[in-house]
Design a protein around this ligand. Structure first.
Ligand code: SF4
Length: 304
């Protein structure tokens, strides 16, 4: 594409989410490539494996609602493999141009795992991660799955308006103590611990707006360590703080303030082949930041 070419109109999603906000904060050009230009993304085993962990722990927690606390290792192993297979099939359907042999493996190569964290690695390590969840739940049974009407706090859908933007959230888990006085929100992470508590903080507002219930604590549960991060006091995430973040993310989208951020993360970027900044092999098929015009799918909700 040349500098004199007509501008390419791109449509961005109406709904904001935590992952969109954080993507805008990290590399906003990647956000455009993914959400506006819909560049086919080379799947990663980290994402697919993470889905397998999420699905398996979700199934297991639903069993506990019926009084079944399955601890048999063989059953847990089967549970993970079934859910991992499901995650693989979904990804193959979403990205038919990328056979699974081409999916990216993260981590470091070692003597035992020369191909890094690929399918074999996940099949070997995934069941232990699910077993860690089982152990954590069993050792912390004072935290029960919270109920919101007839909805259990498992993959709980919330739809708050933050910073004037409709936001979609799925809270991995909402627990309550036996006295039902405290709510603990937990997000399950199969990779490293996030640098920021923003995601869990925004879930507190989501719960409050959707169900009228205030969460006291938030935390990430880390599949690789089998424990949680320090509990975050949700009072550190008042509405004003989150409104400010989301409002600025929306302004960034409306004004088209998108720039590539080159860093050591580029090598693991799923759209690097389409990125002009790193000389991606397919980058001539896509416009640059100065060649796009932004349209947001529908107008935001007016602020009070
Ligand atoms: S390759 Fe780097 S600069 Fe380009 S979109 Fe990906 S993260 Fe951003």
């Amino acid at each position: 594409m040349t500098a004199t070419a007509e501008k390419t109109k791109i449509r961005l999603p109406q709904h904001l989410s935590h992952s969109q906000c954080s993507s805008l904060q990290f590399c906003s050009w990647r956000y455009v490539l993914e959400k506006g230009l819909h560049v086919p993304q080379q799947p990663s085993w980290a994402t697919v494996g993470g889905s397998g962990i999420h699905y398996a722990t979700e199934v297991w927690d639903n069993w506990t609602l019926n009084g079944v606390w399955e601890t048999d290792r063989g059953q847990i192993e089967k549970l993970f493999h079934d859910q991992f297979d499901k995650a693989i099939a979904e990804r193959e359907q979403q990205e038919p141009d990328f056979p699974k042999e081409s999916w990216r493996a993260s981590g470091r190569a070692s003597k035992q795992w020369p191909n890094k964290e690929d399918e074999s690695w996940w099949r070997a390590e995934g069941p232990a991660m699910v077993m860690s969840w089982v152990t954590w739940r069993t050792n912390n049974s004072q935290w029960e799955i919270a109920m919101f009407g007839d909805q259990p706090g498992i993959e709980l859908e919330c739809n708050p308006v933050i910073g004037g933007q409709p936001v979609k959230q799925f809270i991995d888990r909402a627990f309550t103590n036996p006295e039902q006085t405290d709510i603990l929100l937990v997000d399950i992470k199969s990779g490293r611990a996030p640098d920021s508590q923003q995601q869990i903080g925004s879930y507190g507002l989501g719960l409050l707006e959707t169900f009228g219930v205030e969460a006291r604590w938030g935390s990430y549960w880390l599949a690789r360590t089998g424990g949680t991060t320090a509990f975050e006091d949700m009072r550190l995430w008042p509405r004003e703080r989150l409104d400010d973040i989301y409002r600025k993310a929306q302004l960034q989208r409306e004004l088209g303030l998108f720039l590539p951020k080159e860093s050591n993360m580029c090598s693991g970027c799923s759209v690097k082949d389409a990125c002009f900044a790193v000389g991606g092999v397919n980058s001539d098929l896509y416009p640059t930041p100065w060649q796009i015009e932004v349209e947001i799918k529908s107008p935001p909700v007016p602020l009070d």
